[in-house]
Ligand binder design. Structure first.
Ligand code: NAD
Length: 254
């Protein structure tokens, strides 16, 4: 691995690390040599991914079981990550939820849950780590948005689409505000990726229909998304600032 792609002597936080894209990202960033704080609601899933990372990379991640909708828990997890590793070089905001109700069926509670999990939590995480990064004069944030944040969600409801568009906007705004402080913020927009988020919510017929509507012809594997996130975290992407990086097998062209 060339030095630009290495994350040796870097440490950071990955949210949603117990499953799917977050899990694959944690495994890949560990392979790149990063110290990791893994945050998720799912304590058992975190233990499993930590064990997998130890076996594959010989790195022991620091795990924090937390609900990212709980502002105090987010602040505590950032402080804990900072005390454990001494600093925070990067944040990958990957945790998220999908809800499929059509617009007229969405109740206010569900709207709030999706907005809190997919947007408000990312705001709180960004604010907490940016205080540290600004003092350090360096840092990288990758906010995992979605193809839904570029067009409109195929599977999710209007709340999901709205939150992801807003997360792209938040990322752009932070990029402009913090680039002069040596901090890079980008949004990453995956398209259809086979994870428990979609498997739990989707029939085989719908899975097949999405694959057929994707020029590449199939769902992405989470590791394919993790490789791009690793690039965005690394110094190899040092000139990418305030971008919205698409990875959707060509679905945005259709
Ligand atoms: N899978 C796709 O096709 C796809 C496409 C576009 C964008 N995304 C985005 O990628 C990200 C990861 O999705 P995934 O497909 O890997 O899903 P996933 O369900 O496999 O993983 C999401 C993880 O987030 C965690 N999480 C959810 N709510 C949480 C909370 N309140 N507190 C802490 N952790 C919480 C879950 O426990 C889970 O481990 C999400 O932001 C999603 O919106 C996914």
């Amino acid at each position: 691995m060339t030095q630009q792609f290495s994350l040796l002597n870097k440490s950071g936080i990955v949210t949603g690390a117990a499953s799917g894209i977050g899990r694959a990202t944690a495994l890949y960033l560990a392979e790149m040599g990063a110290g990791l704080t893994l945050v998720d609601l799912d304590a058992e899933g975190l233990k499993q991914v930590a064990a997998q990372i130890e076996t594959a990379s010989g790195i022991t991640p620091y795990i924090v079981t937390a609900n990212i909708c709980d502002e105090a828990a987010v602040k505590k997890s950032v402080q804990a990550a900072c005390s454990h590793f001494g600093t925070i070089d990067f944040l990958v905001n990957c945790a998220g939820i999908l809800r499929r109700n059509s617009f007229l069926e969405i109740e206010t509670e569900e709207w709030d849950l999706v907005m809190n999990t997919n947007l408000r939590a990312q705001f709180v995480f960004c604010q907490e780590v940016l205080r540290l990064m600004k003092d350090n004069g360096r840092g990288v944030i990758v906010n995992v948005a979605s193809l839904a944040g570029r067009t409109c969600s195929l599977l999710g409801g209007a709340h999901y689409t709205t939150a992801k568009h807003a997360l792209v906007g938040l990322s752009r705004h932070l990029a402009r505000e913090f680039a002069p402080h040596g901090i890079r913020v980008n949004a990453f927009c995956p398209g259809a990726t086979l994870t428990s988020m979609v498997e739990a919510n989707t029939s085989q017929e719908e899975l097949d229909a999405v694959a057929a509507a994707t020029p590449r012809g199939h769902w992405a594997d989470p590791i394919e998304q993790a490789h791009i996130i690793g690039f965005l975290v690394s110094d190899a992407s040092v000139n990418i600032v305030g971008a919205c990086i698409d990875s959707n097998g060509g679905a945005l062209m259709v």
